[in-house]
Design a protein around this ligand. Structure first.
Ligand code: HEC
Ligand code: HEC
Ligand code: HEC
Length: 104
């Protein structure tokens, strides 16, 4: 009886951990030949960006990775990451490839 209880408890704890989004969350985008891009949620928050600066209908509508396909053409055109990475709100994507892309 006690074993069953402990087992249920363990399962409950591990599923709730799997669902949580930790505050220091980073997202990896690894489909580019230029190298992996790591997006650091904590860093962006600390630089004063509110959730709705990104999570609105024009930029990244959903709080879920992989719902928007990111291309450099869109970034250079001032969309997606390029909404800010244009040399005004944040460093210019056109001149600083390796601040985002890191080769293994
Ligand atoms: C600087 C831009 C930016 C800011 C600010 C931002 N996010 Fe995000 N967030 C993103 C991007 C980009 C994604 C991935 C979207 C995609 O791939 O479609 C994302 C994804 C997420 C995800 C899904 C993570 C996963 O593993 O799938 C959650 C949850 C999330 N954001 C919550 C938040 C919350 C809460 C805030 C405010 C505290 C916030 N975000 C602020 C850009 C941002
Ligand atoms: C709402 C504005 C905003 C958006 C959208 C945004 N960023 Fe940023 N990002 C910033 C600011 C502000 C900084 C810190 C200032 C700076 O370094 O120029 C920053 C810093 C960074 C850094 C740190 C670089 C370093 O050398 O310290 C990386 C990497 C980065 N952003 C990647 C991304 C990626 C990838 C996306 C799109 C998924 C994105 N950002 C979207 C505002 C934004
Ligand atoms: C603000 C961050 C950021 C900067 C700066 C940046 N990129 Fe990207 N880049 C991304 C993200 C995010 C993706 C999507 C990767 C994925 O989907 O896995 C991407 C995708 C790419 C791709 C594949 C898709 C496509 O559009 O062709 C190439 C090639 C690329 N970047 C080259 C570059 C070059 C060259 C520079 C500098 C002139 C640069 N990037 C600067 C964030 C950035």
């Amino acid at each position: 009886m006690r074993t069953v209880f402990l087992l249920t408890l363990t399962i409950l704890i591990s599923t709730s951990l799997a669902l949580a989004v930790p505050p220091g969350r980073t997202l990896k985008f690894s489909d580019s030949p230029m190298g992996i891009v790591t997006f650091d949620g904590q860093l962006h928050k600390d630089k004063g960006n509110a959730c709705k600066d990104c999570h609105n209908k024009d930029v990244f509508p959903k709080m879920k990775q992989g719902t928007v396909e990111i291309t450099m053409n869109e970034i250079y055109a001032g969309k997606l990451c390029g909404t800010c990475h244009n040399g005004q709100r944040a460093f210019d994507a056109k001149t600083s490839c390796t601040r985002c892309h890191v080769k293994e």
